[in-house]
Design a protein around this ligand. Structure first.
Ligand code: LLP
Length: 414
């Protein structure tokens, strides 16, 4: 019988219904503490990349642990502040930010991370003399899929590091005060030396600038999704980073704070999508097992061909069978056992309609990327701690699907 912390999965399904996102509070706290403890830096800022999971109750528990926040939209700034994060602990890294986006952050005292020369210039005009961080493209990229690579010639993010003289000029011309440099090369990286390589690049470029309050190396720290995948070697990453930091401090006579922006690392393994089997059919080629969820609730398999472990809550005895686990949406790609190209049957115990399944490692970019496609309301989210379950987002209702639609039209001639 499968449990989340001390609670049986079946009891959670019974009480809160399915599909249900279930998070283990202690797993999140432990991930944060493990990451913090891996580094010797006295001033280490772990900016939780809340795009991975923006539930305010999850933000609160990470803030309690001491996290800072990486926010990428006005909505994320709003949620972080609402969860009690002080403005000075938020770094605002919006892609293609408008003046309105920047004004929103500035008015709340949130530091803007500028990722283009034009954004820097506009920031200078909006808020002359303000503090600013600059995001560089250090021409290094990595990640579990091409969609999540954020550095290199094809990347839309950041200012080409070779343009540092133009950055300098703009800062001077606009009277802006550069307090930090930032890079982020991609997501889902379990190779410590690649991450450390990015660290070297940013330290190298930072030598062209004056004293900085902090250097932010972004997120991207991967976690294993498959049994055969090894974890990121944190100790190795930390030692490489510390070595480069010591050299930087010695050469420049400065000792900036170090920032990282972990999203996946902190929440992926803590989260699970609990769902129910609603259909079992043996077709000519495949055994299809349909569920009461779909890529509207967990898009990673359909979007990236990502692998998520699938466990039966109460495995039935019998031979494992090659099974294609599907969602309930009207699209052929709505499969949970697939790669980028199509179905990939997985060996699972016999399943019957009514059985419960768990899609594992779904805490990061799970609910956060969910949608109301096919007009299916969003699932509920529950946080489990010991033998206690807390509903941290109620299940949407059919009525919720109509909340933003006026009941009568008020035509306007413009
Ligand atoms: N910092 C910046 C500037 C980012 O763009 C991201 C992720 C992070 C930090 C956090 O990266 P992490 O530590 O979570 O790898 N939806 C994709 C992942 C997209 C990541 C986007 N940016 C997925 O489901 O794999």
């Amino acid at each position: 019988m499968l449990h989340f912390d001390q609670l049986p999965a079946a009891a959670l399904a019974q009480r809160f219904g399915t599909p249900l996102y279930v998070y283990e509070e202690q797993t999140i706290r432990q991930a944060y503490r493990r990451l913090r403890a891996a580094f010797a830096f006295t001033d280490l800022r772990l900016h939780y990349a809340m795009k991975a999971n923006a539930n305010p109750w999850i933000l609160r528990l990470l803030l309690e642990e001491g996290a800072h926040i990486d926010a990428v939209s006005a909505g994320e700034v709003h949620l972080a502040l609402a969860a009690g994060c002080p403005a000075h602990r938020i770094l605002y890294t919006q892609s293609a930010a408008s003046d309105a986006d920047m004004a929103f952050a500035l008015q709340r005292g949130v530091l803007v991370n500028a990722e283009s020369l034009s954004q820097l210039a506009r920031l200078g005009s909006l808020a002359p003399g303000s503090r600013v961080c600059v995001r560089l493209n250090i021409y290094l990229g990595g990640g579990h899929h091409s969609h999540v690579i954020t550095g290199g010639p094809d990347s839309k993010f950041g200012i080409d590091w070779e343009q540092w003289p133009q950055v300098q000029e703009l800062l001077t011309a606009k009277g802006l005060r550069l307090v930090g440099l930032h890079c982020h090369i991609g997501s889902g990286i379990r190779d410590a030396s690649l991450l450390a390589h990015a660290v070297s690049h940013l330290f190298h470029t930072a030598r062209n600038f004056g004293p900085l309050e902090f250097l932010d190396f972004g997120g991207g720290l991967g976690v294993p999704y498959r049994d055969e995948e090894g974890p990121l070697d944190l100790a190795h990453f930390a030692s490489l980073m510390e070595e480069k930091y010591r050299a930087f401090c010695q050469d420049t006579g400065t000792s900036p704070a170090i920032a990282l922006e972990p999203g996946r690392f902190l929440v992926a393994t803590a989260g699970n999508l609990l769902c129910r089997v609603t259909s079992v059919k043996q077709e000519r080629k495949h055994l299809f097992v349909g569920t009461d969820t779909g890529f509207n609730h967990l898009v990673r398999p359909a979007f990236y061909g990502s692998f998520h472990r699938i466990d039966a809550v109460t495995p039935r005895p019998g031979e494992l069978r090659p099974t294609v686990v599907t969602g309930n949406l009207c699209e052929g790609g709505d499969l949970f056992t697939r790669d980028e190209h199509g179905p990939l049957p997985r060996l699972l115990p016999p399943l019957q309609e009514g059985d419960l399944l768990v899609l594992r490692e779904a805490g990061a970019y799970g609910f956060a990327m969910s949608s109301r496609y096919n007009s299916v309301p969003l699932p509920a989210e529950v946080l489990v701690d010991g033998n206690q379950a807390k509903l941290i987002r109620r299940r949407e209702t059919l009525e919720d699907l109509l909340t933003t639609v006026p009941t009568a039209l008020a035509p306007e001639t413009l």
